[in-house]
Design a protein around this ligand. Structure first.
Ligand code: SF4
Ligand code: SF4
Length: 677
């Protein structure tokens, strides 16, 4: 152990007893954390990264069986008494969790919780604790910190709550901060603010940071070293730049290759890691990545590889030699024929005009109009047949409500929705039912959108039965055909949703949506609940199905990289309105609205050099309350270019030429190519 080492973990093993036998969550993990260092542990769900992090301060459930060694400043954490543990928790090792709401006490104000922590751990007087709390809140960028001391957690936005958690974590000046997916629940603009804050804290106070994340892009600019976990083991670790530039494990290589990048050329098909994560209940035999590995050889099936040095300070657990393989080669575009999306004809399948969806809120007061939440407030857009309209925006922007209103899953307040000549907004229930088969939806969370009591076959067959769309005897063959279409083996037909992986469940959701041969599919964040390696499979599947079945998509996502990959036309929404819309290439190469520009500027890319080189100016502040949007331009509270007029007048969605429209007084018209010559 070097003198600067704060934490050493050696051969950590964590097992949870279950009714089906022991679940091997962590299978022999070793790492060390140096003073002032940021180590990122990256992996997909179930890889054991969070269990490893929680074990550092013994926060695992009592049923967990933990073996191996965890030493903090040379002291054996696993052998500590409760009193000794209390001494290091918070004071020496502080935790920041994904969901601050579950870590903060909902019935006590922020001030009371912060003061209590300081008084218990640092023996401060009430007055001292109060002054220090205000100081800490200010240091993490909370505006009017003295006032925020009096509010309850639910009165703060998600980003502000996470700042409070970070302030509390820093309150005792710990040596180590363990941050478990600290930005996963946040919007991209708020994520950038929190990443910038963590970077500043580690730089200024030299606090060591152990960051746990599923997202390689998020840790690229922050981590000094990175450890990639798969199936309970570290399969590769080393200096961040080396691991990103020359990964030596096929899993790391695959993860890096399957991320659609905003800073690279767009490809028709994404590289994906086929198959799913291994069963954590299974005992290990051979390399756990073998069933999904493109480099697998006979030896891998019987002989589990141990971590070995592949380059200076870089280790990987793999028998193959990847020294000559690069991410760029693996991620190189796959040759495919032009997709149907790129051949989208000019015929408009879906036309939305001035769509409004307002929800009444609060209580009605006599002689006063009832307050309303303007979830969607005047959206107009056309979607050509065979094309994909991407809708991006942060939570609360109205993108999901727009998608649902288009299908009449929520009732529009006013406006026109024309689908292939039908006036969807105003038709009666019978006509709507007749139209339903042609307009389907794929939901974000395939688990909650599938009935847990229906088998896969029943779930896929249900719409066919409800709409009498299949002759007796033809139902089963059609279900099997749909399973094949979405790449699922027929043997899964009798399984229940809980017996499937996340990716398989989403494939079932897509098969169900396809059952009635729709023309239009509204896909609401269809991959955001999926692991990175499975996400690319589903995106590729959706692209292939679009080609084969001439589908038109409305693709809703918060992820600008995925929207760029999938869409032919993109609309950016903010507080219920489209603030910019253009064809994909125009929007990404020449964004005119400051909100679009800012969103594109904060998307992290999986490249440590780029991430470290740029100092983001994150969009300031939070998204305002949609029930009470700002007067004038809705973006004026966060816009770096706002001027007087922006606070008086609301900008129209102005035509900038060639189908590009933006709602900003400063937007510049598209210059025609011939004018440039
Ligand atoms: S040991 Fe074999 S199966 Fe495992 S990652 Fe390396 S090449 Fe692939
Ligand atoms: S109109 Fe004004 S406040 Fe709104 S985006 Fe443009 S410059 Fe910013």
């Amino acid at each position: 152990m070097s003198p600067g080492t704060l934490l050493t973990v050696d051969d950590l093993r964590i097992t949870f007893p279950t009714s089906q036998g022991p679940l091997y969550a962590v299978r022999g993990v070793s790492f060390a954390l140096e003073q002032g260092e940021t180590l990122a542990i990256v992996g997909e769900s179930g890889c054991g990264k969070s269990a490893s992090a929680l074990s550092l301060t013994r926060l695992l459930p009592p049923t967990a069986r933990v073996s191996g060694s965890i030493r903090f400043l040379g002291e054996d954490v696993l052998g500590m008494t409760d009193q000794e543990l209390r001494e290091i928790r918070g004071r020496q090792i502080a935790m920041v969790f994904q969901d601050p709401m579950s870590s903060l006490n909902p019935v006590r104000t922020i001030g009371v919780q912060m003061e209590e922590m300081l008084r218990v751990h640092l023996n401060m007087s009430r007055r001292q604790a109060r002054a220090r709390s205000v100081e800490l809140l200010a240091s993490v960028g909370i505006p009017s910190p003295a006032r925020q001391m009096t509010v309850y957690p639910h009165q703060l936005s998600g980003g502000m709550r996470q700042r409070v958690m970070i302030a509390m974590a820093l309150s005792c000046e710990p040596k180590v901060v363990v941050a478990d997916e600290p930005t996963t629940a946040l919007d991209v603009s708020i994520q950038a603010q929190i990443l910038e804050l963590l970077r500043r804290i580690t730089e200024v106070s030299k606090t060591s940071l152990l960051m746990v994340s599923h997202d390689l892009s998020v840790v690229a600019g922050l981590a000094d070293r990175i450890a990639v976990m798969y199936a309970g083991e570290i399969v590769e670790s080393g200096p961040t730049t080396r691991v990103f530039d020359h990964p030596r494990h096929p899993y790391t290589l695959g993860l890096l290759a399957c991320i659609p990048r905003l800073d690279g050329p767009r490809t028709e098909t994404l590289r994906s890691i086929e198959g799913g994560l291994p069963d954590p209940l299974a005992r290990k035999s051979g390399c756990p990545f073998a069933p999904r590995c493109a480099f697998v050889m006979e030896r891998c099936l019987v002989d589990p590889p141990a971590l070995e040095e592949k380059a200076l300070a870089q280790v990987a657990a793999c028998w193959a030699d990847l020294s000559e393989v690069t991410v760029a080669e693996v991620a190189a575009p796959v040759a495919v024929s032009p997709s149907a999306a790129s051949r989208a004809n000019g015929h408009v399948l879906l036309s939305v005009a001035d769509l409004k969806v307002h929800f009444p809120i609060g209580t009605a007061i006599p002689f006063r109009p009832r307050p309303v939440l303007r979830a969607v407030d005047g959206v107009s857009v056309d979607v050509p047949r065979g094309g994909t309209l991407g809708i991006v925006g942060e939570s609360g922007c109205g993108k999901t409500t727009t998608g649902r209103a288009v299908l009449r899953l929520v009732e529009p307040t006013s406006g026109q929705i024309r689908f292939d000549g039908h006036d969807v907004a105003h038709i009666g229930p019978d006509e709507l039912k007749a139209l339903r088969p042609r307009m389907q939806m794929v939901f974000q969370d395939p688990y909650s959108s599938l009935n847990p009591r229906l088998t896969v076959a029943d779930a896929i067959g249900e719409p066919l039965v409800v709409h009498h769309a299949s002759q007796r005897g033809a139902l089963r063959p059609r279900i099997l055909e749909l399973l094949e279409m979405v790449g699922l083996p027929a043997r899964l037909a009798s399984r229940f949703p809980h017996q499937l992986s996340g990716g398989q469940r989403q494939r079932v959701g897509i098969a169900r949506a396809l059952a009635l041969r729709p023309s239009l599919i509204v896909a609401d964040e269809p991959t955001s609940a999926l692991d990175v390696s499975v996400r690319a499979q589903i995106l590729n599947l959706m692209r292939r199905l679009q080609d084969e079945h001439h589908l038109t998509y409305v693709f809703i996502s918060h992820d600008l990289s995925i929207v760029r990959h999938m869409s032919t036309k993109v609309a950016v929404m903010y507080l219920g309105k489209i603030v910019e819309i253009a064809d994909r290439d125009t929007l990404y190469s020449n964004p005119q609205h400051p909100y679009t520009q800012a969103l594109l500027a904060v998307v992290p890319v999986p490249d440590p050099q780029i991430e470290r080189g740029r100092r983001r100016a994150p969009i300031r502040g939070d998204v305002p309350n949609p029930a009470n949007p700002p007067r004038g331009c809705r973006f004026n509270t966060r816009c770096p270019h706002a001027f007087d007029r922006c606070f008086q007048e609301e900008p129209e969605l102005a035509d900038l030429g060639r189908g590009h429209r933006a709602a900003c007084f400063l937007a510049k018209p598209e210059v025609a190519k011939d004018q440039l010559q």
